[in-house]
Write a protein that binds this ligand. Structure first.
Ligand SMILES: [Zn+2]
Length: 389
């Protein structure tokens, strides 16, 4: 089953694609009562499937989710406040050294009711997605999923983890963790790239170009890059992770149900570390910086980072993920039009065409690295915590 449909814009080269995809919202089940997202407790239970857009806006307007630096202070409990239209405040306690565990009754990903025959415990930040041991005494989200969704997610995590742990084309890592480098080597042997169907270590890709500029002048170029992930699989894993965190933020302990965002999922771009400073990534980062932070999680010694921010007026959230100091993914979920308007206002990435023939062409764009002091993607500045001195 294909989940994505309709690329709104795109360029052809594999490294240059800019996608803004949409997916249908979580398919409503035949009987809304079985749909875990159908009710979100907000004073009284409301049926989301029949609520108007305006009611939804209120139901889902969850304020003050900001967790300034989840893992900054030892032993601090950061309450996650949930305010609804009925001014009812719920708290999910989040402790930096301990996972948050939910006892949800339906699968967080597909909504199927869980029973002894299909239930499984799901670690949203996969234990083997980040280097071994990195989640020991660190925050994670653990909840219930059906076995089918759990193993589908594990299959996505397997090679995406191995590939995002690899060094870049120049052999550089985004961290100096020796254990993680060792694990990268091990996983390069053990994991198989779904893209090349070979071991990750044999999955580097290259293009050779040979041509002639005139009699006696032959040219030859070689472009090579480390193993790559198909964007579609990366965005699907991101979607599952984001859904689980959103579910947690809208979770009710009484009904043991969480909520799902409506409208759609709109990935914008995935970029490797050497390209985090490209004009589109930078424009996105600067545009969403003033938006209200709804969730910030930096865990596994920084090998996993996530932020969501809410559009100032629309039912649209911006999100960004960073995996293994290597891959960043950005996008939106919720209402499409505000997301599309922002996407349209962001700089476009342009590629230079060096070679064009009737059936093929080659374009390139230089990666643009992001200076550390300009990097605010996962930074949250709390106005309320300023000292009076
Ligand atoms: Zn499921």
């Amino acid at each position: 089953m294909r989940r994505f449909k309709g690329a709104l814009s795109g360029e052809k080269s594999k490294r240059l694609r800019i996608k803004c995809l949409t997916v249908d919202r979580i398919p409503p089940p035949a009987d809304p009562a079985l749909w875990p997202g159908a009710t979100i407790r907000a004073g009284s239970a409301k049926d989301v499937s029949t609520a108007s857009g305006e009611q939804l806006a209120t139901l889902l307007d969850i304020r003050h989710h900001c967790v300034p630096d989840l893992f900054g202070a030892q032993g601090t409990v950061y309450p996650l406040r949930m305010e609804s239209c009925a001014a009812q405040t719920r708290r999910i306690e989040m402790v930096p050294q301990r996972p948050t565990a939910l006892k949800n009754r339906a699968c967080v990903y597909c909504g199927a009711m869980l029973s002894a025959s299909n239930i499984s415990r799901e670690h949203v930040i996969g234990r083997r997605f980040v280097p071994k041991g990195k989640l020991h005494r660190q925050w994670n989200l653990i909840l219930n999923a059906c076995q089918r969704c759990n193993s589908r997610k594990a299959a996505l995590e397997d090679d995406i983890s191995a590939i995002t742990l690899q060094p870049d084309a120049w052999g550089r890592y985004g961290h100096d963790d020796m254990d993680a480098m060792e694990e990268a080597r091990r996983k390069a042997n053990d994991a198989r790239s779904r893209r090349t169907r070979k071991a990750v270590k044999d999955s580097g890709e290259g293009i050779n170009i040979r041509g002639s500029l005139g009699p006696g002048i032959n040219i030859s170029f070689q472009f090579s890059c480390p193993p790559q992930i198909d964007d579609e699989r990366a965005f699907e894993l991101a979607r599952l992770q984001l859904m689980a965190f959103f579910y947690m933020q809208t979770y009710s302990h009484e009904t043991r149900c969480g909520g799902y965002w409506l409208h759609g999922y709109h990935p914008v771009m995935a970029a490797i570390r050497s390209d985090w400073g490209n004009a589109l990534m930078k424009g996105f980062m600067q545009t969403i910086e003033p938006w209200d932070c709804r969730f910030l999680a930096i865990s596994a010694d920084g090998f996993f980072k996530l932020i969501t921010r809410k559009h100032p007026s629309a039912e649209t959230w911006a999100w960004a993920l960073e995996w293994n100091y290597n891959h960043r993914l950005i996008g939106f979920f919720g209402e499409l039009e505000p997301a599309q308007a922002i996407f349209d206002s962001l700089p476009k990435l342009t590629a230079r065409t060096v070679y064009q023939a009737p059936n093929e062409s080659l374009s390139y764009r230089r990666d643009a690295a992001l200076n550390e002091d300009e990097d605010t993607l996962f930074s949250v500045f709390e106005e309320t915590e300023q000292s009076e001195a």
